[in-house]
Design a protein around this ligand. Structure first.
Ligand SMILES: Cc1ncc(C[n+]2csc(CCOP(=O)(O)OP(=O)(O)O)c2C)c(N)n1
Ligand SMILES: [Mg+2]
Length: 553
């Protein structure tokens, strides 16, 4: 709805102003769950041609927004209704914060006119989402709406990326205002940043690297956000440096590149003389820095300084555009290959040996299945550019170990916040963003309980992902450690052999239950060709204990 005043100034209602800014930022889809506080935003999106994707729980709307960001490297957007809609989205905001995922959360809000008088779903969201976000604000008039939406995108996309939040008082989104002059070109906002690290830091890093014989690259999520994959491969190949990846960086070097390693990680990080630590925090996944050798010189490279201090001393810190820094480093000192061939061969021998040792598990023909056998069967069905999503406990720990990624943005897990229930939202967004690719959700039976109802969303919107469940009837990642510590476990059991596949059928999808290894491949094939969102419910052996080194800390 738009009107023209006597002065012929075009005005729009507040919801339409929101939608017009979303469109200007290239947003094509808004993830949401209905609430009256959001009606005018819906109306605006309808007018502006932004597709509304409605889900069954706000956590999924917000996880889908994060998933969209993870697959496209654009800001994902969701709209959550006032009060409980926003509180339901908070786990996803925390997840996006931990993952540096750019995401704009739009909130409904009780009317400003009656603020403090006890309107339906009235609560001030800003103070409790502020610690999770890079920007949290409420416009004070309809006129302020467009500028604040622009600010939210700019903050979400500036390195390090993260979630931002704007809520819209009900009266302001129904009232009309003129649109301001176009703000600076949104296309200019890129996560990558533009400038590489400054000269002194870079020189120090180049000097360290020049003397290295056992160099290693350990790269993580910010490499992906910073679009550093090509520069990473070029640097590694030119200087001959072995590469290890975690988080969203997986796939930034193809798993079959001769410089890519995964099983030899502890040996490589411990034995390295110089490690390039690129876009990856030294958190629990790197044993707070202790994964590297005591004498390993660490060169930290990232698009921006870490929010946390480093847990151990580092030799050089290079902040700025990651591709810029990596390119400069590749050509520093003439770009000569390092004398690292013996080191590479040593690591390759370990890598091959470890992979050989896994072979028995990949061929294990027990029923219910060994999770490794299940992954072996799934791997045979995957295209090179398949997007694989992990949502579960031990079942996903196995995936993290053995699923190969060949392109950036093909492996999505919850990341360090570790929230169960992310999977269906990520899968929904991934398939909408990349409709021609396989999207496979590896889901635990426990994880399914959080957001399994989203198969209804997938069916309604015709989003045909394939789920593969590791159904062991337990919360394995909790049950086995508790038994190890106490000799018994509590609150760690689920119902064995539950027919989650029938739940999916009831919601309009395709479901099958499988208990033998040789049935997995054909069942997955039928799932892909069913023309529906599908779940292959695979019974897995609850006695298999994941070989875990660290747990909580
Ligand atoms: C929201 C949330 N609640 C609880 C946990 C703790 N947790 C981590 S893994 C896990 C078990 C998951 O079970 P399942 O999905 O069946 O996978 P399995 O370990 O059995 O393979 C639990 C409860 C969590 N990470 N997130
Ligand atoms: Mg389980």
């Amino acid at each position: 709805m738009s009107t023209e005043s006597a002065q012929e100034t075009q005005t729009y209602h507040g919801g339409r102003l929101v939608a017009r800014r979303l469109k200007a930022h290239g947003v094509s889809r808004l993830f949401t769950l209905s609430g009256g506080h959001l009606f005018s935003i819906y109306d605006g999106c309808r007018e502006e041609g932004i597709e509304l994707i409605d889900v069954r729980h706000e956590s999924t709307a917000a996880f889908a927004a994060e998933g969209w960001a993870k697959v496209t490297r654009e800001a994902g957007v969701c709209a959550l209704t006032a009060g409980p809609g926003v509180t339901n989205g908070m786990s996803a905001m925390a997840s996006a914060q931990a993952n540096h995922s750019p995401m704009v959360v739009l909130g409904g809000r009780a009317p400003a006119l009656r603020w403090g008088q006890g309107s339906l779903q009235e609560i001030d969201h800003v103070p409790f989402v502020r610690p999770l976000t890079k920007l949290a604000a409420t416009p004070e008039s309809t006129e302020e709406i467009p500028g604040l939406v622009d600010d939210a995108f700019a903050a979400a996309l500036a390195p390090h990326g993260g979630p931002t939040f704007v809520d819209f008082p009900l009266d302001y989104v129904f009232m009309e205002a003129a649109e301001p002059e176009p703000s600076p070109d949104p296309a200019g906002l890129v996560l990558a940043g533009t400038r590489g690290a400054d000269g002194a830091a870079l020189q120090r890093a180049a000097d360290l690297l020049a003397g290295a014989e056992r160099p290693v690259i350990m790269a993580g999520t910010d490499l992906y956000w910073g679009r550093g994959e090509e520069a990473l491969c070029a640097l590694a190949e030119r200087l001959r440096i072995p590469v290890f990846l975690n988080g969203l960086a997986r796939g930034c070097m193809a798993a079959d590149n001769e410089l890519f390693f995964s099983r030899a990680r502890s040996q490589a990080l411990k034995g390295a003389d110089v490690a390039l630590v690129i876009g990856v925090p030294m958190d629990f996944r790197l044993a707070f820095g202790a994964s590297f050798g005591e004498d390993t010189e660490l060169v930290v490279i990232d698009s921006a300084e870490s929010e946390r201090g480093h847990p151990r001393a580092v030799a050089a810190e290079c902040y700025g555009s990651i591709p810029g820094t990596l390119e400069d480093l590749a050509s520093a000192g003439g770009g000569q290959a390092l004398p690292s061939e013996d080191w590479i061969a040593e690591l390759r021998a370990t890598e091959n040996e470890r992979r050989e040792a896994e072979r028995a598990e990949f061929e294990d023909d027990r029923s219910p299945l060994h999770p490794m056998r299940l992954y072996g069967e799934v791997a045979k069905m995957l295209d090179r550019d398949a997007i694989v999503i992990g949502d579960g406990g031990d079942f996903v720990s196995y995936a993290g170990r053995v699923v190969n990624s060949y392109q950036p943005g093909c492996w999505l897990d919850p990341g360090p916040f570790g929230c169960l229930g992310t999977g269906p939202g990520y899968a929904l967004a991934a398939k909408l963003a990349r409709p021609d690719r396989q999207v496979v959700l590896m889901v635990g039976d426990g994880a399914f309980g959080f957001t399994g109802m989203e198969y209804d969303t997938l069916a309604r919107h015709g989003v045909n992902i394939v789920g593969v469940m590791g159904n062991n009837g337990i919360w394995a990642l909790e049950k086995h450690p508790m038994e190890f510590l106490y000799g018994y476990s509590v609150v760690a059991d689920l119902r064995p052999e539950t027919r989650y596949d029938l739940v999916v059928e009831a919601l309009g999808g395709h479901g099958e239950m499988v208990s033998r290894a040789e049935e997995v491949g054909p069942a997955i094939e039928r799932a892909f060709s069913s023309g529906k969102p599908a779940l292959v419910n695979v019974l897995t052996d609850p006695t298999v204990v994941y070989p875990r080194k660290s747990n909580l800390a």
